[in-house]
Design a protein around this ligand. Structure first.
Ligand code: ATP
Length: 538
């Protein structure tokens, strides 16, 4: 049987199979061209699943990070009683005592790349699956139950006879696939080019029921100290959440928090994903923004609903459109063991170009019950109960966890902002909400002579104290506008001859390209007003 060459999945593979209103290939190209995101180790040909953020990408990512921290820790929302809820931050180590990952279930939990079949509930080792490609002689597409089917998955070692039987059972006539009535030689070890929605599981009756492979030990490991043995094996954290649970007692003992309260953390997480794909959507090194909300078990449902609403509000406030966002309750069979006992999990999903018209997870909000604290209490031998100082009741708090991807959030912001526009020289602009735009304004002297650069530099020196602004002196003005459009700068201030004469300049709006004339000494005010309006805090 031929083996498919091992091949990295590229964006082109994805966009070729899913119709998209925004072209992912173009977005990836713009990200590289303008310095948002580069492949990691680019000059060495990259490393699958790893990405670097460039000068503008790091600003965009930091803006999202800071807005999340503000929304959670600095100015958290008002609770049901009208008072701000209480959330404090931590920044825990990436490498923790490996026992913590035993307790959390990460060491024992996933020890092979597994795929599940949602229909039959059977589970397979992903690396034990082979794929028989359905390639009709007439170039058409085979449908099963009205759904396109491009490959059948088989457990390694399945005989040709069994493949033929299965084709028959699924109603696929061999004569569609081969001229001589013999089974064609179309078994491959991988089907990376075929979306899961078009693959039929080994025992399924229709395509699209296999899940993405869930990594075995998805944790990257390393060794602490000079020797490399099992005794000093340690793991890079696969999520930031556990660092919060490990510090629950420290935070309660050292600060004045009282249940209900939250602990938030932003930081790197590492997962040795089987199939990193879709640009920075699924990578092997990424950042998370997680908050564990500790509450009384009786109030868990109320707080779960509270955080569902607050988190959707957050993404909308920073520019994701209503149409592109949805809150989806997990089906019962998707729930993790702890969630099954509680009030379930919902995902906030975004309509990424490669999932459209479907949606992909942006943030998960789970009721984790008392699973984590109980596990850590048992494994560490340290009591992790909370005592209510008013009622003296002792209990292990339940947890509601809004867990968002920072890197994935950046991708959603980029996809949302990307706006093709044939009417402008750049052909495209990034319609960033001003609160996330990497550059809030550009200051552009019309020419590099006369007083233009002098006035521009003075204005730049004033504005940069408060905003991340660009001073761009060279090139013709059209090219400079085009560049600012492509990086999503909301305002351009242009200094011209009239500025020296009457102390006014033009302000150009990114989305409309409309230009107004305002006084030079009103620029700071203008920025303040527009930035405030833009963040909804005017
Ligand atoms: P998925 O189902 O996409 O694998 P998950 O449900 O395992 O994600 P969580 O463990 O809930 O994800 O992590 C919280 C958030 O972290 C996700 O909603 C996502 O935004 C982000 N995230 C998870 N895995 C990755 C990854 N490999 N690359 C980038 N972001 C990720």
């Amino acid at each position: 049987m031929p083996q498919a060459p091992q091949k990295q999945q590229t964006m082109t593979d994805q966009t070729a199979t899913t119709p998209a209103t925004k072209d992912m290939k173009e977005i990836v190209a713009l990200c590289k061209r303008r310095g948002f995101v580069f492949p990691a180790s680019d000059i060495y040909g990259g490393l699958n699943g790893f990405w670097d953020f460039g000068p503008l990408g790091v600003e965009l990512k930091n803006n999202l990070r800071d807005l999340w921290w503000k929304a959670m820790v600095t100015t958290p929302p008002l609770g049901p009683d009208g008072a701000p809820v209480e959330i404090v931050g931590v920044d825990s180590a990436i490498i923790q005592n490996p026992k913590a990952w035993v307790a959390s279930g990460h060491v024992g939990g996933f020890s092979d790349p597994m795929v599940d079949d949602r229909e039959t509930k059977l589970r397979y080792r992903a690396d034990h699956l082979n794929y028989f490609f359905l390639r009709p002689l007439d170039g058409g597409i085979i449908k099963i139950n009205g759904k396109p089917a491009k490959a059948l998955a088989f457990v390694e070692g399945t005989s040709n006879q069994d493949i033929e039987k299965r084709l028959k059972k699924l109603g696929i006539n061999l004569k569609f696939l081969s001229q001589d009535g013999k089974l064609p030689d179309l078994m491959f070890s991988s089907a990376e080019d075929i979306p899961l929605s078009e693959i039929v599981g080994p025992d399924a009756s229709e395509p699209g029921t296999l899940t993405e492979p869930k990594q075995f030990n998805l944790m990257f490991h390393t060794f602490v100290g000079a020797t490399a043995g099992d005794d000093n094996k340690a793991y890079l954290r696969p999520e930031t959440a556990q660092g919060i649970f490990l510090n629950f007692k420290n935070v309660v003992d050292s600060s004045r928090v009282r249940v209900p309260f939250g602990i938030a953390q932003i930081g790197k997480a590492f997962r040795n994903e089987v199939t990193p794909r879709n640009f920075i959507f699924r990578s092997r090194e990424f950042e998370q923004m997680e908050m564990e909300w500790f509450c009384h078990p009786n109030e868990a449902k109320m707080w779960r609903d509270f955080w569902f609403a607050e988190r959707v509000k957050f993404w909308k406030a920073i520019g994701l459109s209503d149409d592109s966002l949805q809150l989806r309750d997990h089906d019962r069979d998707e729930l993790s063991h702890y969630a099954k006992e509680g009030y379930g999990t919902a995902d906030i999903e975004y309509k990424f170009p490669f999932t459209a018209p479907g949606f992909g997870e942006l943030e998960g909000i789970a009721h984790r019950c008392d699973f984590d604290l109980k596990q850590h209490q048992e494994h560490s031998g340290t009591k992790l109960e909370y005592m209510d100082p008013v009622t003296n009741e002792r209990f292990i708090p339940h947890v509601i966890e809004p867990a968002a991807g920072l890197t994935r959030g950046v991708l959603a912001l980029l996809c949302e902002a990307y706006t093709p526009d044939a009417a402008r020289p750049s052909g495209v602009y990034l319609n960033f909400h001003p609160s996330v735009a990497p550059k809030k304004a550009a200051i552009l002297p019309l020419t590099a002579k006369d007083q233009h650069p002098v006035i521009a530099t003075k204005l730049y020196m004033e504005l940069r104290e408060q905003y991340n602004v660009d001073l761009d002196i060279k090139q013709n003005i059209g090219k400079r506008y085009a560049r600012q459009d492509e990086i999503g700068t909301p305002f351009c201030f242009t200094i011209d001859d009239q500025t020296s004469a009457d102390q006014t300049l033009t302000v150009r709006h990114r989305n409309t390209m409309k230009q107004d004339r305002i006084g030079l000494d009103h620029v700071a005010d203008y920025m303040r007003k527009n930035m405030l309006l833009a963040t909804g805090r005017a």
